[in-house]
Write a protein of this length. Structure first.
Length: 301
């Protein structure tokens, strides 16, 4: 299988969730950022991407050795209930753990570069919190992802921390728009996790993994997931309408809203139809459409 097994194990379809909050935070701080804004923003993007990949490998390792991912071999991915996993495919768990460590180390190096460029040394504590959150999601003896807290931490770290952290690194401030943008990105990330957990609801219950979806059940969980996707879109539209672009840029405004609505409808339809393999990438891409609202409203203002 070679390198392809590692590429697929990195779960590339989830990476928009790492990019979206960085784009939102950078766009909101762009006009107030310093001369090194391109470098700092790029480094923040690399930190988010590498931490996401490290977390994916770490989750693969932890769930794999617990047996939660049994049946998710690469060779049988088309027949499996979800995306393939490395440990379930027979890859040595120690190699998967090492891959997670390498990606985490690379993220730390990029993060240290941000610290040196900005002078915000307390970012080291934020980075450490991100590393611990990534590992203890399903790692350790008492993973919080098995006790109804996965959705909370995903909202915090894939939404507020990533967005506001990027914003502060560039401008030295966090605004209400930054909190709203972080909330929008975080809600989409929670929706992706909920889709993942809806797909695995029976397996998670059998392995003692308690999520919001196992608590709500499939029907209520489906309604909840679609609802938070809609809320994230409404937050983005609120930001768009609060900007000044609608006064002189009606065509871009209509185009942006049409794209966002199309993405929302496609993702919601896939969730409602229980076609989770299609819903997961659609929800991930939806995070980019939400981010595009913030980026374009800043560019066109």
């Amino acid at each position: 299988m070679g390198i392809m097994i590692w590429i697929r194990g990195a779960r590339l379809k989830t990476l928009p969730l790492a990019i979206a909050p960085v784009l939102i935070g950078a766009s909101l701080a762009w006009h107030d950022a310093g001369q090194r804004r391109v470098v700092v923003a790029s480094l923040c993007g690399f930190v988010a991407l590498l931490l996401q990949i490290a977390a994916n490998f770490a989750n693969d390792y932890s769930d794999g050795i617990r047996g939660t991912d049994a049946g998710r071999a690469i060779a049988g991915e088309q027949l499996s209930r979800g995306p393939a996993r490395l440990v379930a495919s027979g890859v040595n768990p120690k190699k998967v753990l090492a891959a997670a460590g390498i990606c985490a180390l690379a993220a730390c190096l990029c993060g240290l570069a941000v610290v040196v460029l900005t002078g915000y040394w307390w970012f080291i504590a934020v980075g450490l919190a991100c590393l611990l959150a990534g590992w203890f999601y399903v790692g350790g003896k008492h993973p919080y992802g098995y006790h109804y807290l996965g959705e909370v931490f995903v909202f915090i770290f894939f939404g507020l921390v990533a967005t506001c952290g990027t914003m502060f690194a560039l401008s030295g401030a966090i605004t209400p728009d930054g909190l709203l943008g972080g909330s929008a990105a975080g809600l989409v990330a929670v929706a992706v996790l909920c889709v993942n957990n809806l797909r695995d609801i029976e397996s998670d219950s059998n392995h003692g993994k308690h999520t919001w979806m196992t608590a709500m059940g499939r029907q209520n969980g489906t309604v909840f997931t679609i609802a938070i996707l809609i809320i994230s879109a409404l937050i983005a539209l609120h930001h768009l309408l609060q900007s000044s672009i609608y006064a002189a840029n009606s065509i871009p405004l209509i185009a942006i809203i049409a794209i966002l609505c199309a993405a929302q409808i496609a993702a919601s339809y896939a969730i409602a139809r229980k076609t989770y393999r299609r819903a997961l990438p659609l929800c991930s891409l939806d995070s980019l459409t939400v981010a595009a609202i913030f980026v374009l409203s800043t560019m066109l203002a």
